[in-house]
Design a protein around this ligand. Structure first.
Ligand SMILES: [Mg+2]
Length: 306
């Protein structure tokens, strides 16, 4: 079935995904504060506001602003936006700060991105953590979502695994948003099969997504054991786990985010990715959606995202 998706609908879907991403990021990062325990969240004891968002949200806001402006990703424009808006205290990794500083001082992004990590390019989770709202924007076409995710990744992530991580998350978010429009929750296995179909089978991210599909219905600890929890801050040990959580709890945002907190590891980023996919399906303030009191506790988004 083909249908027309109006710009306002695209923006509304992307904004809901961004709400899920930023609340997951901001709440997840609270669990790096010493003494704060996953059990507190499980018992509904929320950390005191405001919850500051981190690099995941700052970059995702640039992606949404670029789409709102032009309807597509222009890599030169996006690279410069990432570089100019980077506030290093937001938790950017040293590699990302270096690439963005090079771009800001005039190095073309293909050169800056390719030079990272001794010429291998970054396979970090940075391209995946910011791309969910882009997937929601392209709810009408997973192939468009995949191609635009690739473009958004390449400006900082030259390594095939870094790019594959972004493609996987964007396709998952596109399918989640499409399911919301159709009023039909996708079967978790079908969701992950659709993601795998968009990936290069030579990548570890692809193999991870296949493993995630095999582990559906198993306990969280077993998924973490096989898929990782982002503690190596690579796409390979982050993305498959996040998509296992999102596919499993697609209709329950709070439980999905609690699962990321319980799993430990790079919690702001796993919760950002999971939040972006789940909120593309649930929306905000709906049953199973992003709770409005969680949204109110999150630090406001930057003015420039509109
Ligand atoms: Mg972060």
């Amino acid at each position: 079935m083909t249908f027309t998706l109006y710009p306002d609908t695209r923006l509304a879907l992307a904004r809901d995904s961004l709400a899920g991403l930023s609340v997951g990021d901001a709440l997840g990062s609270q669990f790096f504060v010493p003494g704060r325990q996953p059990a507190d969240l499980a018992a509904d004891r929320l950390p005191p506001p405001p919850w500051q968002w981190t690099d995941d949200t700052e970059m995702a806001c640039s992606v949404v602003a670029a789409l709102a402006e032009a309807g597509r990703i222009d890599r030169d424009v996006l690279a410069l936006a990432f570089a100019e808006r980077c506030e290093p205290y937001r938790g950017y990794g040293p590699g990302a700060v270096r690439i963005l500083r090079l771009i800001r001082t005039g190095t073309p992004w293909p050169v800056a991105a390719a030079a990272a990590f001794d010429g291998q390019g970054s396979c970090g989770n940075g391209a995946a953590m910011r791309v969910g709202p882009l997937g929601a924007w392209f709810a009408d076409s997973t192939s468009r979502a995949a191609a635009q995710a690739r473009a958004s990744a390449e400006v900082t992530h030259a390594h095939p695994e870094g790019v594959a991580g972004a493609v996987a998350v964007a396709v998952a978010a596109a399918r989640a948003a499409r399911a919301r429009l159709d009023g039909d929750r996708p079967d978790p296995a079908r969701l992950l099969a659709g993601v795998a179909a968009a990936l290069d089978p030579a990548t570890e991210v692809y193999r991870g997504v296949r493993d995630a599909a095999r582990l559906l219905g198993r306990p969280l600890a077993e998924a973490v054991e096989t898929l990782g929890n982002g503690s190596r801050v690579t796409a390979q040990d982050t993305v498959a786990f996040t998509l296992w959580v999102a596919a499993t709890y697609l209709d329950d945002y709070p439980v999905a985010i609690r699962s990321c907190v319980e799993a430990g590891g790079d919690v702001d980023t796993t919760a950002a990715i999971v939040g972006s996919v789940v909120a593309a399906y649930t929306g905000v303030g709906t049953p199973g959606g992003v709770p409005t009191d969680w949204l109110a506790a999150r630090e406001p988004l930057p003015d420039w995202v509109g």
